[in-house]
Design a binder for this molecule. Structure first.
Ligand code: 5GP
Ligand code: ZN
Length: 111
């Protein structure tokens, strides 16, 4: 794990995360600055900086399976899944994560 990775520190319990769901492969926790009534981040426990860096497609299956299961546990039927890849696209934490946004109507296109 990279020593300076915020999300690896949350996985390790070095920084508190408001946990929503967890499996052996996935951790889901509530975003510290929610952009919707429900705003949860789903991460893989294996560090990967971003979508473009992923070489093992199983990571995506684990991640999206985690999104599906977490949303179900939260009672969400309608929600948006966002993966920002790269700084210009809005990525600020370089440990790949899926945002689950729900609990209000969401406009399209995003900004
Ligand atoms: P990104 O901008 O990389 O797509 O998403 C990073 C997300 O992580 C942002 O929505 C931001 O609010 C959230 N975040 C940043 N630092 C923390 C933290 O320490 N704890 C939690 N729970 N979320 C964080
Ligand atoms: Zn990490």
């Amino acid at each position: 794990m990279p020593a300076d990775c915020l999300f690896c520190k949350i996985i390790a319990g070095e920084i508190p995360g408001n946990k929503a769901a967890e499996t052996d492969k996935i951790l889901a926790f509530h975003d510290i600055a929610p952009q919707a009534p429900v705003h949860v981040l789903v991460i893989h426990k294996q560090h990967t900086p971003g979508v473009a860096d992923t070489t093992d497609n199983a990571i995506f299956g684990d991640l999206l399976g985690g999104v599906r299961d977490t949303a179900k546990q939260l009672g969400l039927s309608d929600y948006r899944v966002v993966l920002n890849n790269g700084a210009e696209a809005g990525q600020s934490v370089f440990h790949m994560h899926a945002h689950i946004l729900g609990g209000r109507p969401l406009k399209w296109p995003p900004g």
